[in-house]
Design a protein around this ligand. Sequence first.
Ligand SMILES: CC(C)(COP(=O)(O)OP(=O)(O)OC[C@H]1O[C@@H](n2cnc3c(N)ncnc32)[C@H](O)[C@@H]1OP(=O)(O)O)[C@@H](O)C(=O)NCCC(=O)NCCS
Length: 182
Amino acid sequence: MRFAEREITLKDGRTCILKPNSPEYAEQMIKYLKETAGETAFLLRYPDEINFTLEKEQEILGGILENPYAIMMVAIVDGRVAGNCAVNGIGGQRRIQHRCSMAIALYKEFWGLGIGSAMIAYMIELAREAGWKQMDLEVVAENEQAYRVYKKCGFIDTGRRHNALKFDDGTYHDEILMYKDL
Ligand SMILES: CC(C)(COP(=O)(O)OP(=O)(O)OC[C@H]1O[C@@H](n2cnc3c(N)ncnc32)[C@H](O)[C@@H]1OP(=O)(O)O)[C@@H](O)C(=O)NCCC(=O)NCCS
């Protein structure tokens, strides 16, 4: 989905641009996906599970840009990708067609500057405009920072998925399920 760029001022005074992700960022995105996967245990993939080729990533980003129901927003600080946030439908069947889900991650050096809260607030506006009725997400139970941001953005707990994740060290982790009416 294409949408208007938005400029925000970060807690450290820098400027950040929120804009549609697009094929021009494909190379940076592959690096971002690998590096952010290694910076936190709270994302789905391990770095070795990121195997997109440049061509594939360009194709994916181009497809999302032209899809009126899929939203992918990149945050740019000092000319480089600081983070990304995505909203996608959860499935095509009519009974679940009202629901989308959201995912977000920033490079660690950009945590705590207000980017996450601003991206989510803008994504909520855009998802509403696109016609989505409910936004769902899952957050690892120990991920206090993300949980706090989601609460601040109006998400409500709706349950807990027991042992949703098994880490390579053998430990199991629950996910908290959250939703927001749009
Ligand atoms: C979760 C994430 C997107 C949040 O974005 P962000 O830009 O860091 O968030 P913001 O700066 O907008 O807000 C951070 C809030 O968390 C609070 N916070 C920071 N560290 C915290 C901690 N350890 N525990 C609880 N709250 C914390 C801050 O005080 C701030 O709250 P406030 O605005 O009320 O002061 C980002 O930290 C991130 O990418 N994390 C790694 C990937 C991830 O966990 N993604 C979510 C998967 S579900």
